[in-house]
Design a protein around this ligand. Structure first.
Ligand code: ADP
Ligand code: MG
Length: 698
């Protein structure tokens, strides 16, 4: 094998790996030496010196080193055995413990008994536990004899910790990486153009790759991580910028004129003036729609900021020009509500509207579809499912997608492929912090409604006991108002939670809220039942609505002035903020009660954030900080980004730099054909061409 083949060498031929372990590596997508080198550590442990054990920190991981004073194996339970060694760690005794399941057929501690004998010097790494006698006890995770030939890989240095799969240990992976990293070093290529390396003062790729596994100092680790994170973000931003430029190059082949024959009477119907923010945003949208290339715009605006009438304005512009529009909602309840809003604001206008959802019966559905096909319907309202067929409508030129905070990159790409010339307006009330917006919506233009309509009150929020919250419910109902009582439901299908919501409903009706008109709504109900209950509540026919978070988005009942959120500590910040947005919809003062006994500092901080702020963007930033991007976005969406080393929170400044550099690179070399950009071009193609179906460098 020539040395240049090393990177392609299958992992099983590395010393100490072999075919069985190669399978375990495969589960981590590591098949070759190159893959192994790109399997970055998930953390690093400082084992340069033994931990100072004079200040014990229970449960934390420590590193101890000392001469073995004595060692013995003991029985620790019916099936457990224990190996115990006492070390002299710089004069202080330390007890190291290994627990194992006993075996009838062999001695599980055979190798420990052989190696760990009095007089030998031993390193142990593990978590500390309080011991009865006040001495230090360490539950050992890794141990090394100080004079073992490979001890230097594992101790007396900063040590990498890897993501593992069954059949692998830290020791094994670490030694595998160690055994190839030096040999591979001269073969590693630089992918970034030299000018960029200089201007951003980046560590070169071979050095960075070596140091990410075995850094010689914390400083070297920081620059290696920074360099690799930057590169990862740069490639992602290149993909975004390219994609965006490619959309801008599409010619729609039709033009818009602002005629106002519908827009003017619509504004008359509204009965209110647009806010400054609405006027500005409508302007931005109209400008996009009139442009020769298709619009892909994200409209973000806090709950209650008035996104619906902005969407309607865009839809009417399409209709004024003889085209069709689709208005898509994430739930049937919301689709119903949008239909009602459209009917109300478009009363007396010559605009044909239809609802298409899974509830519409087959016969009616096909009638609507054929009317759509013939162009007799101007605006169709429905759930996302509709989009699959909606794009078949011959004159459909605008799709508005409401409340789609979980809309992924891939879904967007699919949509765009279905109709390259259609305008897309995506609306969300989950304010995405700017750094995430750059990473997630790099292909979108963003408009922001940063102003609430006048007279909108923000709900006063309290962290209160249940009794106090229910008193408020009774008080408001007595005054002719309505109330929501919400129970957490982590997943729509979670039966356990559903049962508890039902049980609570019965309990409230029989006890604390006896005499009030209480109804129950949850996600597992058939659609028409949900609609019936929701409509009855909107019409004031029931006073209290016990609900799972199906009501999270969009519901607009101005007479509802109280919300009680039970077990509020079980909701995420964004959900709590969304839920709270269901009240304070009218001019009436409203209040939100968070009933919760938060058990973790994070849960407490979530509650405190909600009580202290009603600004969706601030809450979004806080949410991101508390949960990290993975959870904030949901695994599916975050997985789409599949970043191996960059952290969208910590590396926000790097992301901004990468964005800038990506634009500049593509300004100077639109298809990355210059030789110095070849490395980036290859990476871009291999990482994004298939994944997002968007990077066309041909
Ligand atoms: P969201 O942005 O949360 O979707 P909506 O579009 O549902 O908000 O608007 C919330 C409420 O505010 C609706 O009842 C809507 O009719 C009303 N509204 C929207 N814009 C204005 C405005 N400029 N002045 C007064 N009320 C408005
Ligand atoms: Mg809305």
């Amino acid at each position: 094998m020539s040395p240049s083949d090393l990177l392609k060498k299958p992992i099983q031929y590395i010393t100490g790996v072999g075919p069985r372990r190669a399978e375990a590596f495969q589960r981590l997508d590591v098949e070759t030496v190159a893959d192994l080198l790109n399997h970055f550590p998930r953390a690093w442990q400082d084992r340069r010196e033994p931990t100072d054990l004079s200040a014990p920190a229970n449960g934390s991981v420590v590193v101890a080193c000392g001469k073995v004073l004595r060692a013995e194996s003991l029985r620790a339970g019916p099936r457990m055995v224990l190996f115990k060694a006492v070390l002299d760690a710089r004069g202080a005794p330390v007890t190291a413990l290994w627990f194992k399941h006993a075996s009838r057929t062999y001695d599980v501690f055979a190798s420990l008994k052989r190696d760990i004998v009095p007089g030998r010097e031993l390193w142990v790494i593990g978590s500390t536990q309080p011991s009865l006698l006040g001495a230090q006890e360490i539950h050992v995770e890794e141990h090394f004899l100080a004079d073992a030939p490979r001890a230097g890989v594992h101790v007396r240095r900063l040590v990498p910790l890897y993501g593992l799969s069954a059949g692998l240990t830290q020791r094994l992976v670490r030694e595998a990486v160690f055994s190839v990293v030096e040999e591979a070093f001269p073969l590693l290529r630089e992918d970034l153009p030299p000018a960029l390396l200089r201007s951003r003062r980046l560590l070169e790729h071979p050095q960075a790759l070596r140091a990410i596994h075995f850094p010689s100092s914390p400083e070297e680790l920081a620059s290696a991580r920074g360099r690799l994170a930057y590169e990862e973000l740069l490639v992602m931003e290149l993909a975004w910028v390219l994609k965006r430029r490619q959309i801008k190059n599409i010619a729609k082949g039709y033009g818009y004129e602002i005629k106002k024959n519908l827009l003017a009477p619509f504004r008359q119907n509204l009965g209110f003036q647009f806010t400054g923010a609405q006027t500005r945003v409508i302007h931005e949208i109209f400008k996009d729609m009139r442009h020769t290339s298709p619009m892909t715009r994200l409209l973000q605006g806090d709950v209650g900021s008035g996104k619906t009438v902005v969407a309607l304005s865009a839809l009417l512009l399409a209709v004024e020009n003889g085209f069709q529009g689709a208005f898509l909602a994430p739930t049937e309840i919301l689709a119903d509500q949008h239909l009602a809003t459209l009917r109300h604001f478009l009363r007396g206008l010559p605009v044909n509207i239809a609802l298409l959802s899974s509830r519409v019966k087959a016969k009616e559905r096909s009638a609507i579809l054929s009317r759509l096909y013939r162009g007799e319907i101007d605006i169709v309202v429905g759930t996302h499912a509709l989009l699959e067929s909606a794009v078949q409508f011959p004159r459909l030129r605008l799709a508005v997608i409401d409340e789609q905070h979980r809309f992924g990159v891939r879904q967007r790409a699919t949509l765009r492929q279905k109709s390259r010339i259609m305008d897309l307006l995506i609306m969300t009330a989950t304010p995405i912090p700017r750094t995430l917006a750059l990473a997630l919506y790099g292909d979108l233009d963003v408009s922001t409604l940063d102003e609430l309509p006048p007279g909108k009150t923000t709900a006063k929020t309290f962290h209160a006991p249940q009794a106090e919250a229910l008193d408020a419910v009774k008080r408001e109902v007595a005054a002719g108002r309505q109330a929501y009582i919400v129970y957490p439901l982590i997943e729509e299908s979670s039966l356990l939670d559903l049962r508890s919501a039902k049980k609570e409903f019965e309990r409230l009706r029989a006890g604390p809220l006896a005499g009030l008109d209480v109804s129950l709504i949850h996600g597992a109900m058939p659609g028409n039942q949900k609609t019936r209950i929701m409509n009855a509540f909107a019409a004031g026919q029931s006073q209290v609505l016990v609900a799972t978070p199906v009501i999270e988005v969009g519901i607009d009942v101005p007479n509802a002035t109280v919300m009680v959120i039970q077990n509020a500590d079980r909701f995420g910040l964004a959900s709590l903020h969304q839920l709270r947005g269901r009240i304070g919809r009218g001019r009436l003062a409203s209040s939100c009660f968070l009933v919760a006994a938060p058990k973790t500092p994070q849960a407490l901080r979530r509650i405190a954030t909600l009580v202290g702020s009603s600004d969706g963007f601030r809450i979004g930033e806080e949410d991101l900080k508390l949960r990290g991007p993975g959870e904030f976005l949901g695994t599916a969406q975050h997985g789409e980004l599949s970043l191996a080393i960059a952290d969208l929170v910590k590396d926000a400044p790097l992301l901004a730099a990468a964005r800038q550099d990506a634009q500049k690179l593509l300004d100077e070399d639109a298809r990355l054909l210059k030789p110095e950009n070849a490395g980036l071009r290859d990476k871009l193609i291999s990482l994004y061409q298939k994944k997002w179906g968007c990077v066309d460098l041909a």
